[in-house]
Design a protein around this ligand. Sequence first.
Ligand code: C5P
Length: 219
Amino acid sequence: MHKLTVAIDGPSGSGKSSVSKEAARRLDAAYLDTGAMYRAVTWHALDAGTDLTDADAVAAAVVAADLFISTDPDVEKVTIHGTDVTQAIREPFVSEAVSAVATNLAARKELVARQRTIIAAHPRIVAEGRDITTVVAPDASARILLTASEEARLRRRGLQLGGTQSAAELQAQVLARDAKDSTVVNFQVASDGVATVDSSELDFEQTVVTVLEAIKAQA
Ligand code: C5P
C-alpha cells in the first residue's frame, strides 16, 4: 500500500483529535495523539513526586518514562510502566501541569525522538499535535493546520467537559494553556506548505471531509 504520513496541528478545541482519528480510520492508517504522550509523561512526573519547577528533574522523569501509546484509531490506550493511564491523563490536574513538560526543551527533544520512531514504524499514519507539521514530521506527505475561532473552541471544550464549568472559567483555562503552549511552538499560524482548514463553521463530518480533501491535494 502507498506510504502516507499525515501531520495535523492545531490548538485545543479545534477538533483536531477526533477529526484526525476519523481521518486515520478512513485512510486505513494508524493514529498518533502526541498530546496524550505529553499528558502521560506529565502524569508520570506527578506520580513520581517530581518538582515541576525543577527543569532537570522534569527532563529526567520524561527520559525514564516507560510509555506505551496505542496507534490503533479504534483502541484508545496509554500506559506508563504498565499502569493504564488512558482516563487519568484527561483529568484537570494533568491539563494544568502539562505545560511544565511542554515548555521543557530536553523533555520535548525526548518526546519528538519517540514520536519520529513511532511514525517511521508505520507505513500509513496520521499524527496530530502542536509541532508535527513543523518539527516532528516537516517532510510528511500532507501537512494541515486545523484552526477554529476562539468562540467555537470554547464552545467545544464546554461540551467536552460536560458543560459543568462556567464560560468564564473555561475561557480562562483554554486561553491560559494556549498562551503557555505558544511560548514554545507556533501552532496558530501555518508555516510554508501547510494547508489551513478552519473548522469554525463546519460540523464534524464536514471537517473530516475537508481535511481528507486537503490530504488528497497534497499527498
Ligand atoms: O492536545 P492536547 O490538549 O491533549 O495536548 C496536551 C498538551 O501537550 C498541550 O497543551 C501542549 O502543552 C502539549 N503538546 C505539545 N506538543 C504536541 C502535543 C501536545 O507541546 N505536539
